[in-house]
Design a protein around this ligand. Structure first.
Ligand code: FE2
Ligand code: FE2
Length: 286
């Protein structure tokens, strides 16, 4: 398994993870489905049947697929149809995503709105730039700030300390996290998703979405996720815990081969999609 965390980060991360205590494991039903998908003898029918046996999981997966940030114009009403349309790799990510995204939803309206908008924008960018499977890339957007929900729930005092810093200074949330915790929500989320066996093409872009430089692997996916996150922040969709606007790194445009005109065109399309996501009352609370 690829791990790109350096030693110092690892020490601080281990400390934070120890303090996070025993986080819930991926439910057994999802682990069983993942094992089936990994097995060479599996069939689409068998996987569809296994998901359909778990009523709550099927409902969550269908709700996720039919939510506003995936682009299907016709409603997908059965797991069998979803498995055939999306393929096993994407279904593997979606079963994990459906469970983890509940944690973000419960955490904060502002963060949930930001995550939905980033999912929708990632979907648009994936299709326009032909990077990855749009449904899976949308999952990156949906889960990228999961670490914030986890820190808020399991380390509330440290989280509040980070909030105090961002409330009174023009500083990005992840920079305040480095001051207080020594690691960012991006790295925390990456480690958890790795523990829950989500594929590296999901784990790595999320782990590196606040790095100054793009990582060596999954560069395009990471650049796309960072671009989506920046577009959503620029539009003021939802709330991420600070009001600072990071500079736009030229490396992203370079990696994705985007001119200024391309960026404007993509931003217009993304903003159009973001406006379709219903706003919450009290959105600006984290
Ligand atoms: Fe983030
Ligand atoms: Fe974000």
């Amino acid at each position: 398994m690829m791990i790109y965390f350096n030693e110092q980060t690892n020490e601080k991360l281990e400390d934070v993870l120890n303090r996070l205590g025993r986080l819930p494991p991926l439910p057994e039903s999802i682990q069983r489905i993942n094992r089936m998908i990994d097995s060479e003898q599996t069939t689409l029918d068998a996987v569809g049947h296994e998901i359909a046996k778990d009523y709550a999981l099927s409902a969550q997966v269908l709700q996720l697929i039919n939510s506003s940030f995936y682009g299907f114009s016709d409603r997908i009403s059965s797991i069998k149809q979803a498995v055939v349309l999306l393929g096993l790799n994407v279904i593997r990510t979606l079963t994990g995503t459906s469970w983890v995204s509940e944690m973000i939803k419960d955490s904060s309206k502002g963060l949930h709105h930001h995550s939905l908008a980033t999912a929708r924008t990632s979907y648009v960018l994936s299709g326009a730039l032909s990077i990855g499977e749009p449904e899976e890339i949308a999952s990156l957007g949906l889960l990228h700030d999961l670490g914030k929900a986890v820190l808020a729930k399991f380390l509330p005092e440290d989280f509040q300390q980070v909030r105090n810093i961002t409330d009174h200074n023009n500083i990005c949330f992840h920079q305040a996290e480095l001051e207080v915790l020594g690691v960012t929500h991006a790295v925390v989320a990456g480690r958890l998703l790795q523990k829950w066996n989500l594929p590296e093409r999901v784990v790595q872009p999320i782990s590196h979405h606040h790095d100054e430089k793009l990582p060596d692997a999954f560069r395009k996916e990471t650049a796309l996720l960072r671009l989506a996150d920046l577009m959503v922040r620029a539009e003021g969709c939802g709330y991420v815990g600070d009001l600072s606007m990071p500079d736009f790194p030229g490396e992203i445009a370079e990696e994705l081969h985007l001119s200024l005109a391309d960026l404007h065109m993509l931003a217009d399309e993304a903003y159009d999609q973001m406006r379709r996501i219903p706003r919450y009352i009290g959105d600006r609370a984290l």
